[in-house]
Design a protein around this ligand. Sequence first.
Ligand SMILES: Cc1cc2nc3c(=O)[nH]c(=O)nc-3n(C[C@H](O)[C@H](O)[C@H](O)COP(=O)(O)OP(=O)(O)OC[C@H]3O[C@@H](n4cnc5c(N)ncnc54)[C@H](O)[C@@H]3O)c2cc1C
Length: 512
Amino acid sequence: MSTPSGDASLNRPRRERDLDALARGEVVDLLVVGGGVTGAGVALDAATRGLSVVLVEKHDLAFGTSRWSSKLVHGGLRYLASGAVGIAHESAVERHVLMTRTAPHLVAPFPQVVPLLPTVRPGHAALVRTGFAAGDLLRRAAGTPGSVLPRSRRVDAGRVRALAPTVRPDGLRGGLLAWDGQLCDDARLVVALARTAAAAGARVLTRCAASEVSGSGAVLTDTLTGARLDVRARMVVNAAGVWAGQVASDVRLRPSRGTHLVLPQSAFGGLGAGLTVPVPESTNRFVFALPAADRRVYVGLTDEDAPGPVPDVPTPSEPEIDFLLETVNTVLAEPVGRGDLLGTYSGLRPLLDASGERTADLSRKHAVLTAPDGLVTVVGGKLTTYRRMAQDAVDAALRASGADADPCRTRSVPLVGAAARDTLARIPAPAALVRRYGTESVDVVAAAGGDPALLEPLCPGVDTCAAELIFAVRHEGALDVEDLLDRRTRIGLSAADRAAAVPAARAALASG
Ligand SMILES: Cc1cc2nc3c(=O)[nH]c(=O)nc-3n(C[C@H](O)[C@H](O)[C@H](O)COP(=O)(O)OP(=O)(O)OC[C@H]3O[C@@H](n4cnc5c(N)ncnc54)[C@H](O)[C@@H]3O)c2cc1C
């Protein structure tokens, strides 16, 4: 099966045309509230089943939790540890689908190493090794070959230091190496999903807030103009993440905050693998240092109960920052400190409330809830399993409404830009662009219009260029500077880099 053949471009003129069509009273099959990974996945699922779809997002695509993740496509190992074999297998299957069929351009094989230092006692190391072996079994059960994700193994101290040059050499007796999937960026997955849905005919409307949401429609407010619009739909899915309880009042969530630090690669001497650091005094908690785009390393993550009003953009607490720095420094000969920080980011996990339990113990399995009026809410889960969440939500909406549609097809629908790895390797465009845009990287180069300056890094130390900003305005629905710097690209994760890139973002918007 191939990517839907319609127009995948999102931009201001298309947004206006789509709003006009709705204002004329068009009745849609499915209205989706929320443009995170879950809502974009639902829109794609429904559009490729032949349904007419409108996706509305209050701010921008990936404005919520979906841009604040660790950007890993998990094989489900951590769920095995808690005995949740079903969720673990589901994760491994979804990772396989993403890496081999739907998004090989966005998800790369990612090595992660646990350095075996004196703080990791042999019994603990054996436990981790057993877990990694179980992860290999999961991978094989999902059908993922060793050529896509190599099996885990023990490596010697020299190899650990080659992958993580600033790890303490004293007492280092080797390391445990395992492989998982890593997204080039989480927000880019959301944008690719929304654009693929658009290519299948979905209307994708950002800056559109839904209120008075029921099983048969909602009031939409265009936050750019203030105009209000009544939309009627045969089915409605609430995919508003941590805000789902504001859209459907009978849904109760208990958000948990996860924080990451953003550091330069230079502070780690050039990290070639994820560094997995056991949290002292714990056998199953780890802090990760993850090499990322723009020559950065993300260090995460925490799990803090976050009661009270849900902020638009969560912020970390000082103790969370201290905890992450202290933990990662337990394995480093050259410690990192607050002076190295380029930035920090926090996201809220949309966990269903199960009163009394610690947030770390709440189920990460997704839930699909159908209200008496037919409104379907889909929450929980994770980026990795968005496709399955979407399938379950659309199935539930079809059941509730009695409507008919084709079976789910998304297992075999490649997202825009997807191609087999050997095809991607032959694309005549810079490797950093191919990793973010796949086959569309040639269109990003074309957006530079032959001006080589537009393909140069936007500021020293990053690999993002101005042509990406122009492409984002013309084809990825970016409407302002924030969309460009904080979601289509992630240059904004460093305040200094962000400030340097603002003029280029303004120029891209003017040229769009
Ligand atoms: C710190 C952290 C790290 C994580 N790391 C990983 C990881 O490495 N791998 C993984 O698989 N998962 C990870 N997860 C889990 C994953 O990020 C989330 O489960 C997922 O992103 C949730 O997506 P969502 O679409 O449900 O919610 P969101 O991304 O929050 O989307 C909801 C959207 O709804 C919009 N909205 C709200 N109200 C309205 C309204 N009234 N009208 C219109 N729109 C509205 C919001 O603006 C928002 O954009 C992590 C989570 C956290 C917090």
